[in-house]
Every structure is written in structure tokens, then in C-alpha cells.
Design a protein around this ligand. Structure first.
Ligand code: OGA
Ligand code: MN
Length: 301
């Protein structure tokens, strides 16, 4: 499934500003761009959607600043990046728009308004699925003013390309085991426990350690410390040694952009060639509320 194949834009609305295209400005970092001069509460024209898709493939992370998105608009905009997938952790889904999961430290009547601590390890979204996510959209409804809650992104094309030829050749034939259960137990410590049946329904999967992007053809590193349990076909020692090396490598500052959120930012990233990681903030004095959607990807090869 590719972006172009899955997400034909809806016909342009008459008020979408015919002829005016969004502006794409690369961020001064290894990855990412800002796309502005577009109001995503209206469905973009076919031309504008084309500009957005091209920017997505080239820059891998788009930040759309100063958006005012209702839930319905966020779901609609998600379709530009593939087919939305309802998150498997049911507790934090929006009642009317289950494609939206909320992330928050806030509570209402003692009940969490969202997942309180999602993604504090380097990861690619739902890498533990046979078909991991293509894109994730994260919309800053309320963002910490003073103490962080930034999101880190690391460029896995660059991380692969920076390896020695010898290391690249060593990694190319390898596959790694990814565990849904390990990732769940790391991330959802305050959600309910998995049942034996759910564990059985979500067996480990294997993916290539180096994947090829289905649209750009570029190679990227595809192991994360959140879900990988081992590399197959090598000794336990070699697996552990390679993973220790790779986990340090993927977070090397040479490949990383740190996004400091402003309220109204919509960030969209390509999980096929980026890793990301949430950072902490003072959750006793600040509120963070994010709306999140994700779209279906292919089986990595
Ligand atoms: C996610 C995620 C990071 C953040 O929602 O998939 O990793 O900073 N979020 O909230
Ligand atoms: Mn994530």
C-alpha cells in the first residue's frame, strides 16, 4: 500500500483557496519541514494534497503550525497519509472518533483523559505488527509551556548510510524479532494488563533489520529498543552486541531533530524511515493533551 494508491484526495472544496499552494520550508535539521499557508480544517485541494505528499516523502516529518482542528478534521486529514487504524489500547480512544487516541497526563473526575506516558523509548509506531504503521499524526491541543514534552525524531536513512560498508553488509541479511507484549508492558504501565488470550493473539513478528522504503526505494535501519528482543540467525552474544551498538547509533545526535511543541502544531511523520521518542515534562505543574491518529503501512521488506 502506498500513499498515492491509498489516499486519493476528496474533491477540492470550493472554499479551499483554488490555486494557492501550501508553503514548504525545510527545518534546519537532518529531517523535517514546516508546511504553512494551509488551513487543514478544510480538505486541501488535489494540488495542495500533492504538495503535502511530496513534502512527506522528501522530509519524512511535516509540522503544520497553528492549526485549529476538530476531531472530524483530524480524521479527514489523516486520510491524506493512508488508511486510519484504530489503536489497540481501547482506554484512550475518542468516543465519537475512535481513530483518535488521546495522550495526556490530565484527568477528568479521576479518570485519565489519555495515555499518560506513551512512547518514552525510541521506536517506530507498532513495529511489532506484521504491517507496522505508515504515518502517525500528532496534534498539540495543550502543550507544556516551560518544561519539555518535546518529541525527538531520528533519521533512519542517515543512520543506515552512516554505517561502514562492512557493517551495512553484515546487517543487510539479518532479521529481528519484535514483541508486542514487551512493548505493551513498557508503555502502558497504567493501562489494564494483557490477558493470556491477547498475548496469544499478538505473537512476535520478524522484520528485516534494514528495510527498503516502498515508495522511495531507500534503505533504513529498522530496529528499536522498545520492541526488539533479538536478532535471528546469530549467537545470543552477537545479537546482544549488535543491538547495543544499533540502539546507541539510532539516537546519535547527527540524525536527530527535537520538536518543541506549540499549541496547534500538527506533526505527521513517516514511521518507515524515522524513529521517534517522547521526552518528559513536569506533569505535576503542566498539562499535555495530544490527539493522535495512525495509518496502515505495508509489510516491511
Ligand atoms: C506516539 C508517540 C510521542 C510524544 O504517539 O506514537 O510516540 O511525544 N508520541 O507524545
Ligand atoms: Mn510513537
Amino acid at each position: 500500500m502506498t500513499l498515492s494508491a491509498t489516499s486519493e484526495p476528496a474533491p477540492a472544496a470550493a472554499h479551499a483557496g483554488a490555486g494557492k499552494l501550501p508553503r514548504v520550508t525545510p527545518i534546519d535539521a537532518p529531517l523535517g519541514c514546516v508546511v504553512d499557508q494551509i488551513d487543514l480544517s478544510q480538505m486541501p485541494s488535489a494540488e495542495a494534497a500533492g504538495v503535502i505528499r511530496e513534502a512527506f516523502l522528501e522530509h519524512r516529518l511535516i509540522v503544520f503550525p497553528q492549526q485549529k482542528l476538530h476531531e472530524a478534521a483530524l480524521v479527514q486529514v489523516s486520510h491524506l497519509f493512508g488508511e486510519p487504524v484504530v489503536h489497540h489500547v481501547g482506554e484512550y480512544l475518542d468516543a465519537d472518533f475512535p481513530q483518535i487516541m488521546r495522550l495526556s497526563n490530565n484527568t477528568v473526575d479521576g479518570k485519565p483523559l489519555g495515555a499518560p506516558n506513551n512512547g518514552i523509548y525510541w521506536h517506530s509506531d507498532q513495529i511489532f505488527r506484521e504491517q507496522p504503521m505508515l504515518a502517525t499524526l500528532l496534534y498539540g491541543v495543550e502543550t507544556p509551556a516551560r518544561t519539555g514534552g518535546d518529541t525527538l525524531f531520528s533519521d533512519m536513512y542517515a543512520a543506515f548510510e552512516a554505517l561502514s560498508e562492512e557493517m551495512q553488509a553484515r546487517l543487510l541479511p539479518l532479521k529481528a524479532v519484535h514483541s508486542f507484549v514487551a512493548s505493551y508492558e513498557r508503555n502502558y504501565i497504567r493501562a489494564r494488563k494483557l490477558s493470556a488470550q491477547e498475548k496469544a493473539d499478538n505473537p512476535d513478528v520478524t522484520h528485516p533489520v534494514v528495510r527498503t522504503h516502498p515508495e522511495t526505494g531507500r534503505k533504513s535501519l529498522f530496529v528499536d529498543p522498545d520492541s526488539v528482543t533479538r536478532i535471528l540467525g546469530v549467537s545470543d552474544e552477537e545479537s546482544a552486541e549488535l543491538l547495543t551498538f544499533l540502539f546507541a547509533h539510532i539516537e546519535d545526535a547527527r540524525f536527530v531533530y527535537r520538536h518543541a511543541w506549540q499549541q496547534g502544531d500538527l506533526a505527521v511523520w513517516d514511521n518507515r524511515c524515522l524513529m521517534h521518542c517522547a521526552t518528559s515534562y513536569d506533569d505535576s505543574s503542566e498539562i499535555r493533551l495530544m490527539f493522535r491518529t495512525q495509518t496502515q503501512g505495508d509489510r516491511p521488506f
